[in-house]
Write a protein that binds this ligand. Structure first.
Ligand code: ZN
Length: 211
């Protein structure tokens, strides 16, 4: 069960999962994000990959704590503040996503969960760290008396290495042209100036230069 958002990272993870597992399903989350286009991109990529796609409405998440991904009136931080997280941080997001994914998966007899979180990501979101993932894995197992395995194939990879992985999986062009990572909701190379586009572009340039 892949937590799938239609962005670069989770799309790379989807094809990683297709390489490693015979059957793959996806779950996507509507959490009140400003740009619902990413959900449509995810739906289309899943359809073309021939994998089931389930959209879960967790829009309450976006309403509970102010952040610039779900509230268009909040001006997005362009850099990480020295003593806190940028306002693109959605508190609890990965915990909620993985918990709901585990509930859906268990009901289908699926115990392998895949998420595209990366510790090497610039913002240092706490729910992208390996410590958190291992902790939640234990909690899910205890909560449901099951043996889930949360896979994080991108955990130690920076963006250039994620580009390399998509290339090795044969989906470099698909990831480049169809995924939506941009905080301003523009597909592929994006707006070019938001933090997500900057990270994606710098990673791409680094990969193409070292290839
Ligand atoms: Zn952008």
């Amino acid at each position: 069960m892949v937590c799938f958002s239609g962005g670069q990272d989770s799309t790379t993870c989807l094809f990683w999962a297709l390489k490693h597992f015979e059957e793959v399903e996806t779950v996507c989350f509507a959490y009140g994000q400003n740009h619902s286009l990413e959900i449509e991109q995810a739906r289309g990529i899943a359809a073309d990959a021939g994998v089931p796609f389930r959209l879960l409405d967790v829009s309450l998440l976006g309403q509970l704590a102010p952040n610039s991904l779900t509230d268009a009136s909040i001006k997005m931080d362009q850099e990480k503040p020295a003593d806190s997280y940028p306002n693109t941080f959605v508190p609890g997001r990965n915990m909620v996503f993985l918990t709901f994914a585990a509930i859906v998966a268990r009901n289908k007899g699926i115990f392998h969960l895949v998420t595209g979180v990366s510790e090497a990501d610039f913002s240092g979101y706490p729910d992208c760290r390996d410590t958190f993932i291992r902790s939640l894995n234990t909690t899910l197992n205890l909560a449901m008396d099951e043996q889930f395995v949360i896979h994080t194939p991108l955990m130690d990879k920076d963006k250039s290495e994620v580009w390399r992985m998509s290339d090795e999986l044969g989906v470099f062009d698909l990831v480049r042209t169809r995924t939506l990572t941009c905080y301003n909701g523009i597909i592929a190379d994006g707006c070019g100036h938001c933090p997500a586009c900057k990270l994606r572009r710098e990673g791409l340039e680094k990969y193409l230069n070292t290839k």
